[in-house]
Design a binder for this molecule. Structure first.
Ligand code: NAD
Ligand code: UDP
Length: 324
């Protein structure tokens, strides 16, 4: 049985990962500082004796005895990672050094949740892992993009210098229940807006594209990656279905039956024009590919946000209160 730590385990993806690992029989320690994560996400795991929650900020070192580290702690939505950009960079750099130090000391395997953002505004399409990216080093997104790029560098150098057993996954836009309702990401924004009869805010003309992966698919890919022996990645994990943001808005309006309208807002700086993963490597090395198509995943996500809104749970959610 594996003894596992999940950093950022109270977040959106991290909470599903903790759940899936427990189902596989692991002992799971969840480390989180609750910046964007929430106890609500893992409330149902708290009475499982194989689950332990530790409030901890990963910019500080921690001593644990584990054999696997899933390193997911980092704010992921532009609003959240730009709220305190210096802290975002510290989380990626110091947090990753601390987790690599831990991996080195206890000889654990460590998997980094990197991102498609390392490709920046990509000049090749779809993106393959050998593409070095087109990233602005001094822009508003840099704290996140460059932070993750340094995190990848650190992973590779601990591997080359100290033989730490590393794994790097580059995650493309992932969505599903437990996204924070106020995180400003496109899927949560559109669904919240549609359910409340508010205008759906398209940034720019809506012709930019993204590829949306449902969270359960992503978690399966992450776990398969951890189980590999000699494959270190980086490997893209995402759903290669590509949609314009306008198509997404129209789909959300259709599926919610909302009478909301679509309006345009200014496009944020450095917003990538298109993004789509080439997942050939994941197919070959992990025998993985996503199974949940956009419409099915959106229906589940809509049901989650609908429940939040109609049950009053939203008002009890500290993340939502912070926003009011
Ligand atoms: P999230 O914001 O829901 O989760 C991040 C978690 O990390 C939260 O629980 C937060 O409280 C915690 N955290 C942040 N800083 C911390 C710190 N200094 N110490 C301890 N905990 C800290 O975001 P998510 O969408 O679940 O993303 C999880 C990971 O996956 C991130 O590393 C992100 O970069 C990566 N990722 C996500 C996506 C996506 O589309 N969701 C895409 C690419 C990469
Ligand atoms: N976006 C949008 N309306 C919103 C939120 C986001 O049009 O209310 C756009 C955003 O400009 C980007 C895309 O949707 O082009 C995806 O944004 P998100 O923040 O979800 O992820 P990322 O840009 O990091 O891929």
């Amino acid at each position: 049985m594996h003894r596992v730590v999940v950093t950022g385990g109270a977040g959106f993806i991290g909470s599903f990962l903790c759940e899936a690992l427990l189902e596989k029989g692991a002992d799971v320690i969840c480390l989180d500082n609750f910046f964007t994560g929430s106890k609500e996400n893992i409330l149902h795991l708290l009475d499982n004796r194989h689950f332990e929650l530790v409030r901890h900020d990963i910019i500080n070192p921690i001593l644990l005895e584990v054999d696997r580290i899933y390193h997911f702690a980092c704010p992921a939505s532009p609003i959240h990672y730009q709220y305190n950009p210096v802290k975002t960079t510290k989380t990626s750099v110091m947090g990753t050094i601390n987790m690599l130090g831990l991996a080195k000391r206890v000889k654990a395997k460590i998997l980094l949740a990197s991102t498609s953002e390392v490709y920046g505004d990509p000049q090749i399409h779809p993106q393959t892992e050998d593409y070095w990216g087109n990233v602005n080093p001094i822009g508003l997104r840099s704290c996140y993009d460059e932070g993750k790029r340094v995190a990848e560098t650190l992973m590779m150098d601990y591997y080359r210098q100290n033989s730490v057993k590393i794994k790097i996954v580059r995650i493309f836009n992932t969505y599903g229940p437990r996204m924070a309702p106020n995180d400003g990401r496109v899927v949560s924004n559109f669904i919240m807006q549609a359910l409340q009869g508010q205008d759906l805010t398209i940034y720019g003309d809506g012709s930019q594209t993204r590829s949306f992966c449902y969270v359960s698919d992503l978690v399966q890919g992450v776990m398969k990656m951890m189980d590999t022996d000699n494959f270190i990645g980086p490997v893209n994990l995402g759903n290669p279905g590509e949609f314009t943001i306008r198509e997404l808005a129209e789909k959300v309006i259709e599926l919610t039956g909302s009478s909301a309208k679509i309006v345009s807002r200014p496009l944020p700086a450095d917003d990538p024009v298109k993004r789509k993963p080439d997942i050939t490597l994941a197919r070959q090395q992990l025998e993985w590919e996503p199974a949940v198509q956009l419409e099915a995943g959106l229906k589940k996500t809509i049901a989650y946000f609908d429940d939040l809104l109609t049950s009053g749970k939203l008002l009890a959610d500290p993340r939502w209160r912070k926003m009011q």
